[in-house]
Ligand binder design. Structure first.
Ligand code: KPL
Length: 298
């Protein structure tokens, strides 16, 4: 099987390196330093005390990639349009493209580029941090859930098997929209607050003001999901967000890392979509709108 991973950041390196023993893997991206490092020395993964290296093909040219069976998008949301167009160019007949990104609008962009029956979304709870271009720390393990429909089921089954062979806890699900919204509820609360306050996820629980803001953001986002008719994969959004803060206490959220590095954030694809959907469905989201504007303003 041939897999192209679009994105050379933390998750891109993590998935590409683990899949390399079981498939022909290509990495496709725009981060020149990462592409050069992977071409020169392969991908380096740090897992606990152990460090290991593996070789994959790396390129910035979508036309250099032979027709792929699977395209995995792990780029930041603002890069989705280009990555989706590249996925459409790389995918062979019968191939499947999957978005494993944060945010709520990546799947529709991918489907528009490659076709509804050839694309899906997934949610991964794997954690990875970039140490240097082409080098990542596998920071935490968790399930990777892949959405399936009758049209995508055969491709999803092949991908799930491949991910399991590569050591990932992968599973197909028909409930991916609710799972993706569940993750977005958590991201809508933790990511902008940590980015605006400049604190780790655990420090968001340090006082009543922070906890109150976290709770309001999560409750608003969950109300929008409910108005959508989705049953979230947890009963209490506030308890869920606080649990994730404790479980990832030392993490700097991806949005805080983006702000610290002066890179565009994923605020539009998380809180921005929640605000827009709230307006469409008549659900008030004043706290989400405020943090959305604050992060954009910053
Ligand atoms: O997904 C995350 C992110 O930072 O984007 C969480 C779960 C908040 C962990 O940091």
């Amino acid at each position: 099987m041939r897999v192209v991973v679009l994105g050379t950041g933390a998750l891109g390196c993590l998935f590409a390196a683990h899949l390399a023993a079981h498939a022909e893997v290509w990495m496709l991206g725009t981060w020149a330093e990462a592409l050069a490092a992977v071409e020169r020395a392969g991908i380096c993964i740090q897992e606990g005390e152990r460090s290991w290296q593996t070789r994959v093909q790396a390129t910035g040219d979508p036309d250099a990639v032979p027709p792929a069976d699977v395209a995995i998008l792990v780029v930041k949301s603002h890069q989705t349009e280009r990555a989706a167009a590249w996925a459409a160019r790389c995918l062979g007949a019968g191939g499947l493209a999957i978005s494993l990104q944060n945010g709520l609008d990546n799947g529709s962009q991918l489907a528009a580029a490659v076709g509804e029956g050839r694309s899906t979304i997934g949610v991964t709870f794997e954690g990875a941090t970039v140490l240097a271009p082409g080098q990542v720390r596998h920071a935490g393990r968790g399930p990777t859930l892949i959405g399936e429909t009758p049209a995508t089921a055969p491709g999803v089954a092949r991908l799930v098997k491949l991910l399991q062979q590569a050591g990932f806890e992968a599973q197909a699900t028909a409930e991916i929209e609710a799972i993706a919204w569940g993750k977005a509820v958590v991201n809508a609360a933790i990511n902008p607050l940590s980015a605006l306050l400049g604190v780790s996820n655990g420090e968001l629980l340090a006082n009543a003001d922070r906890r109150s803001l976290l709770a309001t953001l999560a409750q608003e986002a969950a109300a929008v999901a409910a108005a959508h008719g989705l049953a979230l994969p947890f009963f209490n959004p506030v308890a869920r967000v606080e649990q994730v803060c404790r479980a990832t206490a030392l993490n700097h959220s991806s949005m805080l890392q983006d702000v610290e590095r002066g890179r565009p954030t994923e605020i539009d694809s998380i809180n921005g979509i929640i605000v827009a959907e709230g307006k469409r469905l008549n659900v008030a989201t004043p706290a989400n709108e405020t943090v959305w504007r604050l992060v954009r303003g910053r």
